[in-house]
Design a protein around this ligand. Sequence first.
Ligand code: SF4
Length: 88
Amino acid sequence: MVAAKHCKKCLLAELDNEKLLADVRQAVDRLSERDRVSEDIYSKRLAVCKECDYLSEGTCNACGCYVELRAAMKMGKCPYSKWKGLKE
Ligand code: SF4
């Protein structure tokens, strides 16, 4: 896959910013099992973000977070409740 440098509809995983992506992935990896959503819910949350106009270069412009970190957290919420109702 060719990484895009400036893509408003990209997750960090799709951008050419290896250091930032590594930092976010490390933060996700540090979450305990208790605090982390399943891979299925994580993927579904990120799929919603990918279709959202607030996503800009891996960041949610509604709350300022890196969505790939927030989406991994059980306590993580979409500021517009777009993840509400997602099920395994
Ligand atoms: S967290 Fe919510 S508002 Fe932010 S990019 Fe994802 S779906 Fe959009």
